[in-house]
Write a protein that binds this ligand. Sequence first.
Ligand SMILES: O=C(O)CCC(=O)C(=O)O
Length: 258
Amino acid sequence: MIPDDHRKQLDRHSFLVLKHFMTPAFLTEVRSQLDSVFAAEGENAGAEFRQEQHTKRLANLVDKGDVFQRIVAMPEILAYIAAVIPGRFKLSSLNARAPNPHSDWVQPLHCDTGALPDETGNTVCNVIWMLDDFTAENGATRLVPGSHKWGKLPQQAMEDPMAPHPDEILLLAPAGSVAIVNAHAWHGGTANRSGGPRRCLHAFYTRWDKPQQQFQDGMLSEQTKASLSPELRQLLAIGDEQNAAISLADPLRSGFLK
Ligand SMILES: O=C(O)CCC(=O)C(=O)O
């Protein structure tokens, strides 16, 4: 269960920031593992899924460190996902994103996977694990509060989704904070004009009947799969034939993806 005012904030404004959710030791552990993976992957970083101009990305992170397995399965955070997505849900992907310093690159406003809510409600929710301060200068995520209820994608309603929206706000918070974001809301990365890093993880969840953005059963190594707890296997839908049929039949390829 989550506090009622948090549930209302998520429903009305599309997001909620849990400031300083991570302990300093946990934040250090996550940053250190992330930086090792970035260093190991070099130019190929993010290539299993997508690379993005003026940005460093990583994909398939559940396969790349025990700390990432803990991140996607934290009960306190899963309670917030349950408040956004009705019924059973699963992890869709775990990626990292860091807009390069001294850059002008701004993402267009988008809804993740180009998804609109359906008659049963929301189908997608994203959790942004902020590993550096999110500031107005270093590329904090922009978001249009309440837009998850508009039933339209920005590219259908705006002449230029790269342009600022009059109602957009920035998700500003100190390093170690976690933002729960209704991923039907219009949002996007902004330019990192600072000289420092703006690293974050995107833990992206989807309703059970929808495809996974990264089919975990096909992307995780056999060694990782063998090490997973029964709860994690369920959350990642490992060995689940229904999920395999849904995810492999309909790989998500539309617009901006987490
Ligand atoms: O990293 C961010 O600030 C937002 C990224 C995003 O929305 C995406 O890559 O789909």
